[in-house]
Design a protein around this ligand. Structure first.
Ligand code: 5GP
Length: 211
C-alpha cells in the first residue's frame, strides 16, 4: 500500500529556531517537503523570494484569498501569512509529509480541517534564551522584538492544543526527535484508517472462506 503523506504543523515562538530546524529536517530526511508561505511582510536581509517566502503586496494576498488559493492564512504582527494550496496538495499526493511552519491561528485551522495533521510546538530552553536569540539575530528593531515577545506570551496560552512539545536546545538532537515523533504519528489508528480497513476486510473474507 502506498504511504500517505500527512501535514506536519510546526509552530513556536519567533526566535525558537524553527527555520534552521526545518532546513535540517529537509536536508537529513527525504520524505519531507517544506511548504513556502506567502507573506506581506518585507524580506529580511538574506531572504529570497520563493525560498523563505513568496513576498507579495496586500492586494495580491487578498486576491489569493478570494481565489481560494490558500489552505489557511492568518494575520501576525500586522502582516498576512498564508499557505498556498497547490504545493501542499501535490506533495501530499506524492506521499510526502508536508511541513507547515506556521503560527497558532493557522495551526488551529489546519487541525480543524485535516484530521490526520500532526501539530508540533517548538520551544527554546528558557524565555531568556528566546530574547537572546531574537536580539542576536540582529534583523529586527527593538520595537519589533518587544512585539514578538508579547506575541510569544499570547501563543504560550495555546500550547495545549498541540500533539507534542519539543525543546530546541541542540539542533541535531531536536531534528532527530521531531523525525521520530512524525514516524510514530504515522502508526496511530487515526492515521492508519486504510490499513485497518484492509485488514478487517481480509479477515472477514478469510472467515467466510472466500480466500
Ligand atoms: P516571520 O515573520 O518570523 O518569518 O514569521 C512570523 C510568524 O508567522 C511565525 O510564527 C511563522 O511560523 C508564521 N507563519 C509563516 N508562514 C505562515 C503561514 O503560511 N501561515 C500562518 N498562519 N503563519 C505563518
Amino acid at each position: 500500500m502506498k504511504r500517505k503523506g500527512i501535514l506536519v504543523v510546526v509552530s513556536g515562538f519567533s526566535g525558537a529556531g524553527k527555520g534552521t530546524l526545518m532546513k535540517k529536517m529537509i536536508q537529513d530526511y527525504d520524505n519531507y517537503a517544506l511548504s513556502v508561505s506567502m507573506t506581506t511582510r518585507s524580506p529580511r536581509e538574506g531572504e529570497e523570494n520563493g525560498r523563505e517566502y513568496f513576498f507579495v503586496s496586500k492586494e495580491e494576498f487578498e486576491e489569493k484569498i478570494r481565489q481560494d488559493g490558500l489552505v489557511e492564512y492568518a494575520s501576525y504582527c500586522d502582516h498576512y501569512y498564508g499557505t498556498p494550496k497547490e504545493y501542499v496538495e501535490t506533495q501530499l499526493a506524492a506521499g510526502k509529509d508536508v511541513i507547515l511552519e506556521i503560527e497558532i491561528q493557522g495551526a488551529l485551522k489546519i487541525k480543524e480541517k485535516f484530521q490526520t495533521a500532526l501539530l508540533l510546538f517548538v520551544m527554546p530552553p528558557t524565555a531568556a534564551e528566546l530574547k537572546r536569540r531574537l536580539v542576536g539575530r540582529g534583523t529586527e528593531t527593538e520595537e519589533v522584538i518587544a512585539k514578538r515577545l508579547r506575541r510569544a506570551g499570547e501563543e504560550a496560552q495555546g500550547m495545549e492544543h498541540y500533539d507534542y512539545i519539543v525543546i530546541n536546545d541542540d539542533l541535531d538532537e531536536c531534528t532527530k526527535e521531531l523525525h521520530s515523533m512524525i514516524c510514530a504519528a504515522h502508526h496511530t489508528p487515526r492515521r492508519s484508517g486504510e490499513l485497518m480497513e484492509n485488514m478487517k476486510r481480509e479477515l472477514d473474507q478469510l472467515v467466510k472462506g472466500e480466500k
